[in-house]
Design a protein around this ligand. Structure first.
Ligand SMILES: [Zn+2]
Length: 56
């Protein structure tokens, strides 16, 4: 399942792929990532390049 996360004072919403832990701005991307991760047990660069870094 894709996890939803709300971050910061602006309450931006992110969607987390629970397989690899990458965060995305849309549920669609997170789902795509998770489907790929579950199937291939690795990440697709095409998908993870859309990931957002929450640590800054
Ligand atoms: Zn993933």
């Amino acid at each position: 399942m894709v996890k939803k996360l709300t971050k910061g004072s602006e309450e931006r919403e992110f969607y987390i792929c629970e397989e690899c832990g990458f965060s995305y701005e849309t549920n669609e991307l997170a789902k795509k990532c998770q489907d790929w991760c579950q199937k291939h047990h690795s990440c697709s660069l095409k998908i993870t390049k859309h990931a957002v870094n929450l640590k800054h």
